[in-house]
Design a protein around this ligand. Sequence first.
Ligand code: TGC
Ligand code: FAD
Length: 394
Amino acid sequence: MFIRRDIDLYSVDALLTDEQRMVRDTTRAWVRDRVMPSIEDWAWHERFPTELIAEMGDLDLLGAPYSDFDLPGLDSIGYGLINQELERADSGIRSFVSVQTSLVMYPILQWGSEEQKKRWILELGKGRAIGCFALTEPDFGSNPGGMRTRARRDGKDWILNGEKMWITNGGIADIAVVWARTDDGVRAFLVEKGAKGFSTVDQTGKYSLRVSVTSQLVFEDCRVPASALLPGTSGLKNALACLNQARYGIAWGALGSAMATFEAALDYAGARVQFGGKPIAAHQMVQEKLAWMFDEIIKGQLLAFRMAQLKDQKKLRHEAVSMAKRNNVRVARECARLAREIHGANGIVNEYPIMRHMMNLETVNTYEGTHDIHTLVLGAFLTGYPAFEPPGSS
Ligand code: TGC
Ligand code: FAD
């Protein structure tokens, strides 16, 4: 007889405080009721559900780790669990929250003026305004330091010229955090929707992250006032610090995706019968796949928990975040692949969530630093030799 056990073998649940458990369960229930019934339809039709943004704001899913302006001020495990539960449904839903929280609210809180904070933080936290983060350019993805977008002073104003590419939320954003080269190094600007000389074009035809708006941003002599500059920004390092926050959430989120495909595979293996009247769960080769997924998810959870503790203690190095993003996304990607195998032909249809997760994870593996870029971050940490440029190129 197939026994579907309680799969919390390492009692990870027991590590949670009551508040963290409540955050997880509230997010999980919202995802179950409001996201899961329609997720395949949105993915099929390549649509992000903007109608849910206000609900996310009401539930305090946006800006959850911050306490300014009466935001909830969750600890790092609580924020991680939000990401986990959202990505259990879909990477695109988690991405919306990551961008709003870690890539838009974070830089405004860190380096914005009081006026900028008053104007935007509560609007973004309550889901009344949408933000995007524009770093990547057509010719500069892994190497944002080469960016060509420029901002030059003209009297008190700034004039922006350049192009940003692959920007999550770009076409629906009220405010864009735009990184541009100035005479004083790379700095960030808050460019509002409708600014003269600013336009967006949405990317269509994606097989991955279909429940997410991805856009190109174009700046043609786009004039913004002096007050658009995030005054505390002083170099690319500020942009990299934002990435750290988002990568933290992705490391947790990827586990949610892995849990979704693993649990689907376990259920399917227990129900599907081939050869000899027993379910495929009784076959050793299927068990080997399930055991691999189970192992790696639990190890990834323990990594995420320790990462959260270090973050709350302000002892988290960016290389440790790279390790968790790289590891947990690799685990999720492999879980999706193994779950697809266990589902046989059923693994390719949208009656099951597997293929959607698998396709999403191709993006998650690439954005916020590709797997290989994080390998090089760890290589540089271990050896002291940054190997981003090919040998002999400088
Ligand atoms: P490098 O010389 O290595 O470092 C310059 C200074 O910055 C420090 N640093 C960081 N600080 C905080 N967080 C990080 N992650 C940091 N990485 C580096 C570093 O310690 C150094 O400090 P100091 O005091 O010694 O000056 O900088 P580099 O320009 O050579 O960059 C290295 C590299 C390749 C790792 C970096 O460019 C990189 O991370 N590239 C990947 C680009 C990327 O991840 N783009 C993401 C775009 S946003 C996005 O994808 C959003 S997706 C939506 C979603 O999140 O859901
Ligand atoms: P490239 O940098 O051209 O890399 C191509 C390949 O070469 C990769 O395999 C890479 O690992 C490898 N490579 C590159 N350099 C090296 C090296 N030194 N050594 C070894 N291998 C190397 N960006 C934003 O700014 N904001 C967003 O909101 C955002 N959202 C995104 C949403 C989606 C759906 C996608 C797909 C991307 C998004 N991005 C966003 C962009 C994302 O961050 C970049 O795609 C990513 O940084 C990689 O850049 P690239 O695609 O130009 O690949």
